[in-house]
Design a protein around this ligand. Structure first.
Ligand code: COS
Length: 378
């Protein structure tokens, strides 16, 4: 067992941190306020090779491992959680199922442009009446000649409206959950449209929208995997996606801690920096400890996946701990900043708003506990 990152991972972290601080951070507050997505940032990430970190070079990726990918999401999220989740959804939720279940043709056609950052990916599982009970979807896919006709809607889709490629789950038999099938849908397919854009508490510069399928024509060859294999593809995809969210949560928490340490060291009250008060110093210690534990779990899950070992339980644990840590650390950061922390003049209120979603999406904390406990019992 060794806990030292390789030189390659350290160099990647430094490169992404510099990029995040120089390019992403300066406009993070403004984009949060305006709820605006910045495509040019995604394009710059593509230039740096950050849009396909774990995919082999033959598919346009950087040929690195899942730990490298987690480091990228963490460092982006340290300054802007929206930038972090853009890459996380694009890579874990859209790229991964194509990489694992796609045909060679599908990988060249869809994974390559996503890895190269020429196209953005998204994943459509959740529906108005099926959130935690993901298997309860109602979207249908009816075979007609050489294509499927999709009808229904998906909600809360990260990268909705800005993505070009959507991994969508639908039932080929409305009365049978086991008929869930995965499809690759391009944004310009007939019958596909983007609906309501959510006005959210946090991750505001990452667009979250509804997807609408009205007799949407999807060629038969765009089935991902086999007919009826969709639920397993969806679940396996989330196993890895959850670790991306864990990395996002670690990054948010680290960003909040760094801000809190800086402020507490400079803010003088009663004649000394407030960090010298045990009440504040102990808070900082607990925050740092929670982040380190979350990071270790996250990196371990990434390592397991890179080694080809089972990682579903580890990634659920990582997301559970890191999500709760991000929420508590960012709340304490606002507390340390006091009244200033409650204003938009400082970033900690944004971190606190952004942290909340890590306890909800890609499976609520309650779902993570279900996943973990079922695996323990099994
Ligand atoms: N990998 C592979 N297969 C899996 C799996 C996984 N991680 N999880 C479940 N499956 C398989 C099961 O083995 C089972 O297959 P068999 O019928 O062949 O035995 C099938 O899928 C159904 O599994 P299960 O009975 O556990 O399904 P449930 O309907 O009880 O749902 C949970 C399981 C709750 C884990 C699932 O609905 C879930 O993850 N919900 C949260 C969804 C979510 O995270 N949404 C976020 C939105 S996406 S950003």
């Amino acid at each position: 067992m060794q806990f030292k990152l390789s030189e390659e991972h350290e160099m990647l972290r430094k490169m992404v941190r510099d990029f995040a601080e120089d390019v992403i951070a300066p406009t993070a507050a403004e984009r949060d306020e305006e709820a605006s997505f910045e495509r040019s940032h995604f394009d710059k990430m593509a230039e740096l090779g950050l849009t396909g970190v774990p995919w082999p070079e033959e598919y346009g990726g950087a040929g690195m491992d899942y730990l490298a990918y987690c480091i990228v999401v963490e460092e982006l999220s340290r300054v802007d959680a929206s930038a972090g989740v853009t890459i996380s959804a694009h890579t874990s939720l859209a790229g991964w199922p194509v990489y694992k279940f796609g045909t060679e043709e599908q990988k060249q056609k869809y994974l390559r442009p996503m890895a190269e950052g020429k196209k953005i990916g998204a994943y459509g599982l959740t529906e108005p009446a099926s959130g935690s009970d993901a298997g309860g979807m109602k979207t249908t896919a009816t075979l007609k000649d050489d294509h499927y006709v999709l009808n229904g809607s998906k909600i809360f889709i990260t990268n909705g409206g800005v993505a070009d490629i959507y991994i969508v789950f639908a039932l080929t038999d409305i009365n049978d959950r086991r008929s869930t099938t995965a499809f690759i849908v391009e944004s310009d397919f007939e019958g596909f449209s983007v609906g309501k854009k959510e006005n959210k508490l946090g991750i505001r510069s990452s667009p979250t929208t509804e997807l609408i399928f009205e007799n949407c024509i999807v060629p038969k060859e765009n089935i991902l995997g086999e007919v009826g294999e969709g639920f397993k593809i969806a679940m396996k995809t989330l196993d890895g996606g959850r670790n991306g969210i864990a990395a996002q949560a670690v990054g948010i928490a680290q960003g909040a801690l760094d801000a809190a340490v800086g402020y507490a060291s400079e803010r003088v009250q009663f004649g000394k920096p407030i960090a010298e008060n045990q009440g504040v110093g102990f808070k900082l210690a607990d925050m740092a400890t929670g982040i380190e534990a979350s990071r270790l779990l996250t990196y371990q899950a990434a390592w397991l996946e890179s080694e080809g070992l089972p990682y579903g339980k580890a990634s659920a644990m990582a997301k559970l701990l890191a999500g709760d840590t991000a929420m508590s650390v960012t709340t304490e950061a606002v507390q340390i900043f006091g009244g200033y922390g409650y204003t938009k003049d400082y970033p900690v209120e944004r971190y606190m708003r952004d942290a909340k979603i890590t306890q909800i999406y890609e499976g609520t904390q309650e779902i993570q506990r279900m996943v973990i406990s079922r695996m323990l019992i099994k």
